[in-house]
Design a binder for this molecule. Structure first.
Ligand SMILES: *Cc1c(COP(=O)(O)O)cnc(C)c1O
Length: 496
């Protein structure tokens, strides 16, 4: 049965999956959302015997109904291949009573690879299916990890260009090095003087600029988004929650139907929304625990029903979660409003003008699937330290937020269901913060010295993604003010 996608801001919009992937954002500024969440049509037991790629097909075919079997399998095979350093793609590690679903075995050692390794293939397939002749220009704002993962995914993909904006002083040195050394003649990386929200707001403005869109079209270009608002990002992320449950069942960690809680270190709310979709599809998930760092706008939202971005933006050691506007939350708001686009528009308008909105009690009652928690900087460091001392397993800073929040949740709620923690980055990506948490003596060492030291104490090999950038030359050094973003886009495309 064909599944269409509505806009969260206009119920009358109904497009196919490939059209939603191509457009990224709906014309009215809304996000595409499937008109219903499909149910899995294979048993968990059967899924337990499948590879990651086979599981991906079983999940994604239900969402991307206008892709042929051949097209979808081709996309999946092109994405989840030897770019990942393990055949399991997303292995599960037990440490200190928690289960860590390692989503960082792809090209850029962070969970964004799970979706961004397949998005370019979904996008170019979608373009073909819709007779698009224009070259596709990917425009992305990043808090660090999306940018590199998108660059790696799109570099030298024919028929595409990619432009990435990042906050010049808001990403880790290794994240920045990863991006500015990116190869590929179709890649452009730009630092901005501002934070991630400035970058994201700027990108949204460019997307909404109809005069620019016309100018682009005349020159044979059209924009698309690789940000986590693209349904082509969200759908592949549902896969690993299905996979994790099925594998934990197959290994006897879970018994049939046993409830599994999930903790997700959250920023833009994409990853945890994918877990929510997996639950709606029939995976026996219990609480979806939304873990925040000191930028705890989501924690406050789950506590009070008020979303309020009017607060200080804090830079933390988990920069990919330093976000005050969680774009994907709009999809949840739309759903708990009873798929009411008008109600959603009201709230988003209020967010835009007042920087806040409050949901109704009726809507709050539908948030029962979720629990919120947060971890301070000191708690994150202590968590890394403690798990390492107890088990030898080294957590990255983002995963440590979730790990600490899981610990607190268990203690305070009395809910003792097993917990799987979305482990979103390799510790090698945030080496300095991780090593400092383990022992302050590391503070004096250089970045790559720390990498070698981490390899010794964690007894794991330095990932390729890090080896590569040790000596790679800087290829991108443009830095602009936040109001110059449009001009630089035009310059790159030869329109100015
Ligand atoms: C992007 C990212 C997150 C946040 O994920 P969202 O889907 O934006 O909530 C958490 N951790 C890491 C390492 C990330 O790269």
């Amino acid at each position: 049965m064909e599944l269409l996608y509505n806009s969260t801001r206009d119920a009358k919009v109904a497009v196919t999956a490939s059209q939603a992937i191509l457009k990224g954002l709906a014309g009215d500024g809304g996000l595409f959302i499937p008109e219903r969440i499909p149910k899995l049509d294979v048993s968990m037991e059967a899924l337990g015997a499948m590879s990651y790629q086979e599981t991906a097909y079983e999940v994604m075919k239900l969402f991307l109904t206008d892709f042929t079997e051949e097209e979808l399998k081709h996309c999946i095979q092109s994405a989840y291949d030897e770019k990942f350093d393990t055949e399991e793609i997303a292995p599960i590690r037990e440490a200190d009573g928690a289960y860590y679903l390692e989503l960082f075995h792809g090209a850029t050692i962070a969970f964004k690879d799970m979706a961004l390794s397949i998005l370019p293939h979904l996008l170019t397939t979608s373009a073909k299916k819709n007779q698009v002749k224009n070259e596709i220009v990917i425009l992305t704002a990043t808090s660090g990890d999306t940018g590199k993962a998108a660059l790696a995914g799109f570099a030298d993909v024919p028929g595409t260009k990619i432009i990435v904006f990042y906050p010049k002083n808001g990403v880790s040195p290794i994240q920045e090095k990863q991006m500015v050394t990116q190869k590929g003649d179709n890649t452009f990386v730009v630092g901005i003087h501002g934070n991630f929200d400035d970058a994201q707001t700027g990108v949204k403005k460019i997307f909404g600029d109809t005069a620019l869109a016309e100018e682009m079209n005349a020159a044979g270009f059209q924009f698309s988004s690789a940000n986590s608002i693209n349904i082509g990002r969200l759908v592949p992320q549902v896969v690993y929650y299905v996979y994790a449950y099925a594998k934990m069942l197959a290994k006897g960690i879970l018994s049939e139907g046993e409830t599994l809680n999930v903790t997700v270190p959250t920023g833009n709310f994409g990853n945890i929304l994918a877990a929510y979709f997996a639950k709606q599809m029939g995976v026996p998930l219990g609480k979806l625990i939304c873990a925040s760092n000191d930028n705890k706008v989501l924690f406050d939202f789950f506590e009070t029903g008020v979303y309020d971005r009017n607060r200080e933006f804090l830079l933390t050691t988990s920069p990919s979660m330093d976000i005050l506007i969680s774009s994907n939350l709009e999809r949840l708001i739309y759903l708990i409003a009873g798929s009411d686009a008008e109600k959603n528009v009201q709230l988003m308008k209020s967010l835009n003008t007042e920087g806040r909105y409050e949901i109704t009690d009726e809507m709050r009652a539908k948030l029962n699937d979720f629990a919120g928690g947060f971890a301070t900087e000191a708690e994150v460091a202590a968590e890394i330290h403690e798990v390492y001392e107890k088990t030898g397993y080294v957590l990255d800073t983002h995963t440590a937020v979730a790990s600490k929040v899981s610990r607190d949740y268990r203690k305070n709620s009395g809910d003792d269901a097993k917990i799987v923690i979305a482990s979103t980055a390799s510790p090698y990506k945030f080496t300095r913060s991780v090593m400092n948490a383990i022992d302050s003596k590391y503070d004096a060492m250089g970045d790559f010295e720390l990498v070698d030291e981490l390899s010794k104490i964690a007894k794991t090999a330095v990932p390729n993604a890090i080896e590569e950038i040790r000596t790679a030359p800087v290829r991108h050094d443009t830095v602009v003010e936040k109001d110059e973003m449009k001009a630089i886009v035009k310059k790159f495309l030869g329109l100015a």
